[in-house]
Design a protein around this ligand. Structure first.
Ligand SMILES: Nc1ncnc2c1ncn2[C@@H]1O[C@H](COP(=O)(O)OP(=O)(O)OP(=O)(O)O)[C@@H](O)[C@H]1O
Ligand SMILES: O=P(O)(O)OC[C@H]1O[C@H](OP(=O)(O)OP(=O)(O)O)[C@H](O)[C@@H]1O
Ligand SMILES: [Mg+2]
Length: 405
């Protein structure tokens, strides 16, 4: 069977009929704001927020939560580039996954006794979270949005796990009839697209792609579903434009394609997602979610920060503090910690040196060392940080309020 499935969608017809309402029992809500973040690039995600707007969604097969399952389940990507990075992030949070046999789809995290790991394809993680067969999952926001379709069954617990960064973007050929097409508006207004000859779009993101083009005034569009190497389709004459993930932009460039202004549909990175009903009803899910969230937040806050310790001669802690605070790179999280270093002088306890502990961003390390030296710092030690736990976890508070707890 052909790996592709051609879907022809004439928007003239689609737009004339009223949008179907969401099926009963499926409240469509805005997903968290990863998509709405603005990017520094000139390709502003014009309709990024639209990917979160209310739309019709097919109901997932929602089964009642199985009451006889007492163990909590998390789904992790079984393949693809997210798989290794997910395991490595969990390991950095002391949540190492013990996977005895690579052909087995289950594993565990010894640190969290009541948690079972299931390796699944990313799209299946989303589907199984919706059906309640998984309670938690780590998956890209692109997959959550495409397969979750705004469903209220899913709750994004952590929206920025800081890996798997990419964007879902529309791209067109650089040359030929697209040579002077630089914006979404230019593309929509091309006289070439008619009911008989619609703009042919190839994508693996049929739901998001269709919704984006419909909401941006495209009238004559047909879709072709493709799984990979989509950048080859225009050159093969099989599609006019593509809607696919872009990270560095290399694949587009190497295949003579370009992004256009307003063509970014969604910004994505890895997220921790939960099944709403599990959070409410399954024993242990909320507690495990809390622990994972605390560890992930504290670890990601600590990433890129270093602890710098140095000794400095001085008459008092205050006098040393004054010197340290005069340097802009040495202010730490809440100012430096300064403590006396005790030594024995003529049989008595004396203080000649003070130890300074300060957390500095990794990128300011060298500047901080220079500043420490300039005010008399010596014996500088630099340590990586595993966690920075704040007084409270903002995302936990947000989750509780989202759950009405
Ligand atoms: N080029 C990229 N750079 C960074 N992250 C990406 C890139 N492409 C995809 N991703 C992210 O990684 C996730 C997994 O994509 P990947 O292509 O590795 O696996 P897959 O889609 O399961 O495999 P396949 O493409 O073979 O079907 C995507 O859903 C997306 O969130
Ligand atoms: O902007 P870039 O950094 O070049 O990355 C973008 C490419 O990465 C993904 O493909 P992948 O490597 O997963 O191959 P696939 O097409 O087989 O899925 C995506 O589908 C693009 O083709
Ligand atoms: Mg891929």
């Amino acid at each position: 069977m052909s790996p592709m499935l051609a879907t022809r969608l004439d928007f003239t017809a689609v737009l004339l009929s009223p949008s179907p309402s969401p099926p009963p029992g499926l409240r469509v809500r805005a997903l968290p704001a990863v998509a709405a973040r603005t990017r520094a690039s000139s390709l502003a995600p014009r309709a990024a927020a639209s990917a979160t707007a209310a739309v019709s969604a097919k109901p997932a097969a929602v089964s009642p939560l199985s009451a006889d399952r007492t163990v909590v389940r998390i789904g992790l990507p079984s393949k693809g580039r997210m798989s290794e990075q997910t395991l490595s992030l969990l390991k950095s949070c002391q949540l190492s996954v013990r996977h005895l046999n690579p052909r087995q789809y289950t594993a565990d995290i010894p640190q969290v006794p009541n948690l079972e790991v299931w390796f699944q394809r990313p799209k299946d993680i989303v589907r199984k979270l919706q059906s309640g067969d998984l309670d938690l999952g780590i998956v890209g926001f692109d997959i959550v949005s495409e397969y979750g379709q705004g469903s209220d069954d899913l709750v994004v617990v952590h929206d920025a796990l800081e890996f798997g960064h990419c964007r879902l973007s529309l791209a067109v050929p650089k040359e030929g009839i697209f040579e002077n097409i630089n914006t979404l508006e230019d593309l929509a207004n091309m006289p070439e697209w008619t009911q008989e000859r619609p703009m042919r779009v190839v994508t693996g993101f049929g739901y998001l792609g269709e919704k984006f083009l419909r909401e941006n005034g495209f009238n004559h569009v047909s879709f072709l579903a493709g799984d990979g190497a989509l950048e080859s389709y225009p050159a093969m004459g099989m599609a006019d434009v593509i809607v696919d993930l872009v990270s560095s932009g290399t694949t587009l460039r190497e295949n003579n394609l370009k992004e256009i202004d307003g063509g970014v549909i969604l910004e994505s990175q890895a997220t921790l997602v939960a099944c709403r009903r599990s959070l409410h009803k399954r024993k242990g899910v909320l507690e495990i979610t809390h622990e994972m969230l605390e560890r992930l937040e504290a670890h990601l806050t600590a990433t890129g920060e270093l602890m710098v310790t140095a000794n400095m001669r001085g008459n008092s802690a205050e006098e040393v503090a004054e010197r340290v605070l005069s340097q802009t790179s040495l202010c730490g999280l809440q100012g430096p910690t300064i403590s006396p270093v005790y030594c024995s002088r003529d049989g008595k306890v004396a203080v000649e040196y003070y130890a300074i502990n300060v957390v500095v961003p990794q990128k300011l390390l060298y500047k901080s060392i220079q500043q420490l030296r300039s005010i008399g710092g010596s014996g500088v030690l630099v340590t990586k940080l595993t966690y920075i736990f704040d007084e409270e976890t903002p995302r936990w508070r947000k989750l509780l309020s989202e759950l009405g707890l």
